[in-house]
Design a protein around this ligand. Structure first.
Ligand code: GLN
Length: 244
């Protein structure tokens, strides 16, 4: 416990295996922007062989990784599949980046043709393409029309089932598959995306959206304080102007 009046609990999945391009920065940013509002964020790390109590957590985070780490995680996730699906269906807030995002779907077919099973929480699948999508992405979140910036590096091409909505429209970059002009997925309170960078430090509106959703889900109606985001806004603007 943090000693704060309001506390949120975050489950950080596989921090040792899935943490490339500073994905951990997303958790640090959530913690920072919570603390600026006097909200405590309790962080529990969960690794291979450890079970998840889905009733305990308000938020979940899973980062990206190389295929080798993804394989270890994919196998272990099968043990956690039911609890994670329950959490998602009960509207827990879930941010999943790149390799972690892929594993929330049905499967990820790797460049050597083998298939990593996902947990099938989301109706999507990923197939390795023959060209990596690498660069600075600019897109627009569909719900808010805010710009989102981040860095992508993946060969996996993700395709959403008809029932799923993408998170954003691509302005610059590959996004889900380099073909349909969409980036990520939004399902209930799940935000799946290819954006590393890390994502949240330079997209403060998204960080705040996740925190707000977590408070709403808990039935906490305290006013949501605006905090100074001037440094974050500078980082965001700089990233908007980067080339791919
Ligand atoms: N291995 C996956 C791909 O290349 C995920 C990479 C990542 O998480 N950055 O598609």
């Amino acid at each position: 416990m943090t000693g704060k009046v309001i506390n949120l609990d975050l489950c950080y999945l596989y921090p040792k295996l899935l943490n490339i391009y500073g994905d951990r920065g997303n958790v640090l940013t959530l913690s920072y922007r919570c603390s600026q509002r006097n909200i405590g964020l309790n962080i529990t790390t969960i690794g291979i062989g450890e079970s998840v109590d889905y009733e305990k957590f308000d938020l979940y985070f899973i980062g990206g990784g190389q295929d080798e780490q993804q394989l270890l995680v994919a196998n272990d996730l099968q043990e956690k599949k039911e609890t994670l699906i329950k959490a998602i269906e009960k509207n827990a807030i879930f941010l999943a980046i790149c390799g972690g995002y892929q594993l929330l779907g049905k499967y990820y077919k790797t460049p050597d043709g083998s298939e990593l099973k996902g947990i099938d929480a989301l109706d999507l699948y990923t197939v390795a393409g023959n060209k990596r999508m690498i660069g600075n992405v600019l897109c627009r979140e569909i719900e808010s029309e805010e710009t989102l910036v981040g860095f992508e590096n993946h060969s996996g091409k993700t395709f959403l089932g008809k029932s799923l909505k993408p998170l954003a429209k691509v302005i610059r970059g590959g996004g889900n598959n380099g073909e349909d002009g969409f980036e990520g997925v939004r399902y209930k309170n799940v935000f799946g995306t290819y954006l590393h960078g890390s994502l949240l430090p330079k997209n403060p509106f998204l960080t705040d959206k996740l925190i707000k959703l977590a408070l709403e889900r808990k039935g906490i109606s305290a006013p949501f304080i605006n905090i100074d985001s001037s440094i974050e806004d500078i980082a965001h603007k700089k990233a908007v102007n980067l080339s791919y």
